[in-house]
Design a protein around this ligand. Structure first.
Ligand code: HEC
Ligand code: HEC
Length: 216
């Protein structure tokens, strides 16, 4: 028993150092209750994020299949907590997040994480090869790391460290990349995304965003 406890503590410690969000997700973080999350999401969030988190509006991200911890972290960031310097500024979502408790955020995260992600398709034949190259291999000459290195070969992400990207609206992804690049969005631990986006041109951002929409 003692040994098993020690092992669990060690595992937690290892997971803690590996996880970039651990510090942002509230310590009490028990697993969210997906059923309670579904209720809340069905009352409010569905209007913009679609039924079961599959958004029909390109400016609004799909949430289906997104990591539970990532969703909870973003909601804290929109609300302007726990760290002011990690705020994610968006007037629409700030108003939404202001109405949610920590528990609501965890429940909603658990609910959307349990939903089936949707796949779109790349739309621009002329830039798919460029988008694929950036996603899979990066741009070595400019020090752009491959997106796949963190977000996974299929864009599924790595729960509680890196968000799912695959199947997301290109318009939304493109807007986020530009927000990282301008520093308007600055809630990425260790500036991981700002340093990537800073090295990409508009055309490259559009290409990789379009490729990601069809990634699964
Ligand atoms: C009026 C429309 C609207 C409503 C209602 C709304 N959202 Fe959003 N949501 C948005 C928009 C627009 C964005 C993109 C913000 C940005 O560009 O940073 C967004 C972004 C998000 C994100 C970030 C996703 C990501 O991939 O980083 C999460 C999480 C989220 N919303 C959760 C919710 C939840 C939970 C609710 C219900 C309590 C909700 N939203 C209600 C419009 C809305
Ligand atoms: C070193 C790891 C790393 C690399 C490489 C990386 N990312 Fe990320 N990315 C992250 C992390 C961490 C986040 C979550 C930041 C946060 O907490 O808001 C993120 C978030 C994002 C988001 C926001 C998702 C959303 O739903 O709002 C987009 C879009 C994104 N990355 C695209 C890319 C693209 C495109 C590339 C390659 C050009 C890339 N990333 C390379 C670590 C990485």
């Amino acid at each position: 028993m003692k040994l098993r406890l020690a092992c669990a503590t060690l595992l937690l410690a290892v997971a803690g150092t590996g996880s970039s969000w651990a510090e942002d997700v509230r310590p009490a973080a028990a697993k969210g209750d997906a059923a309670k999350g579904a209720e809340k999401a069905g009352q409010i969030c569905v209007a913009c994020h679609g039924v079961n988190g599959v958004s029909m509006i390109p400016q609004n991200p799909s949430l289906a299949g997104q990591g539970a911890d990532y969703i909870a972290k973003q909601l804290h960031n929109f609300k302007g907590e726990p760290k002011k310097d990690q705020a994610r500024n968006n007037a629409i979502m700030a108003a939404q997040a202001a109405m949610l408790s920590d528990e609501d955020m965890r429940n909603i995260g658990a609910y959307y994480a349990s939903q089936k992600p949707r796949t779109l398709a790349a739309r621009n034949k002329d830039t798919v090869a460029l988008g694929q190259q950036i996603y899979r291999a990066g741009l070595a000459d400019r020090g752009v790391a491959a997106c796949a290195g963190c977000h996974g070969a299929t864009g599924a992400g790595l729960p509680s460290q890196y968000p799912r990207l695959g199947g997301q609206h290109a318009e939304y992804t493109e807007a986020q990349m530009k927000a990282w690049r301008s520093g308007e969005r600055a809630n990425d631990p260790n500036a991981m995304m700002r340093s990537v986006a800073a090295r990409l041109t508009d055309r490259e951002i559009a290409a990789v965003a379009d490729y990601i929409a069809g990634l699964h």
